[in-house]
Write a protein of this length. Structure first.
Length: 253
């Protein structure tokens, strides 16, 4: 029996890397993003795993909820386990809070937090009677630490973290509880990092630190991070409900 993995943000970056690492087993993977990753689809076609692409715009929360639930209803197979990986995220707007605009903040929160909450709720309802389910949300040190210029990002990641904590508490009393995990991947060479390095000091005063991380080769690759998440985090019975994980602790093992 196959395992089901639903991953948001598979068009690139960590989401793509997680999905690609799941081709090594007979899994069924669902990728969610606005645009299809044709390269990823081809890799699944060459493997023993299967892949579905659900085109969903997470910035449109109500539309995302409707599309997600319709697609869940189409899943007719029985799965050994079901996992939702909330990976999709935006970094913009990067600027002083006084310079941000409503449309940018709303879009950011819709993608990073509100859709995450809504899709998670739909996932739990749909698989309420499934005995083995897991929800992993990609977190960040920005959930704990304030960075000038990252008002929206820090707020959305802090919100996601607290949402996961509440959900973990609620699931303790569920008949078939989901395991809820917050996962900070560390500093990874993604498009987000390239965006950070393109800013000026007025927008993001800590830019020199992130340029230094790149120059010193400290950034992890998305491939490395994706493989570590699949091999050591997902479906790991040693990880308990409600845990907050720093992936760097696993990469050093």
């Amino acid at each position: 029996m196959k395992k089901l993995f639903i991953i948001t943000g598979t068009s690139r970056g960590i989401g793509e890397a997680i999905a690609e690492s799941l081709t090594k087993e007979k899994n069924h993977v669902v990728g969610i993003s606005r645009t299809e990753n044709k390269s990823l689809k081809e890799k699944f076609e060459q493997s023993g795993a299967t892949f579905d692409f659900w085109p969903i715009d997470l910035s449109d929360v109500e539309g995302a909820e409707v599309a997600f639930e319709k697609n869940l209803q189409k899943l007719d197979a029985k799965f050994e386990s079901v996992t939702l990986v909330n990976n999709a995220g935006l970094l913009e707007p990067i600027d002083q809070i006084a310079n941000t605009k409503a449309r940018d903040v709303v879009k950011h929160m819709n993608v990073n937090l509100t859709s995450l909450m809504v899709l998670t709720a739909s996932f739990i309802r749909h698989f309420e009677d499934h005995p083995k389910k897991e929800i992993v949300s990609i977190s960040s040190g920005a959930a704990y630490n304030p960075y000038t210029g990252w008002g929206s990002y820090c707020a959305s990641k802090a919100g996601s973290l607290m949402f996961s904590k509440v959900l973990a508490e609620e699931q303790k009393s569920a008949k078939h509880p989901a395991k809820v995990i917050s996962l900070a991947p560390g500093v990874v060479e993604t498009d987000m990092q390239r965006t950070i390095r393109s800013k000026n000091k007025e927008q993001f005063p800590n830019i020199d630190k992130f340029i230094e991380l790149k120059e010193k080769g400290i950034l992890s690759s998305t491939k490395q991070v994706g493989e570590t998440i699949v091999s050591t985090i997902l479906d790991n019975p040693k990880i308990k409900n409600g845990e907050e994980i720093d992936l760097r602790n696993f990469q050093d093992e």
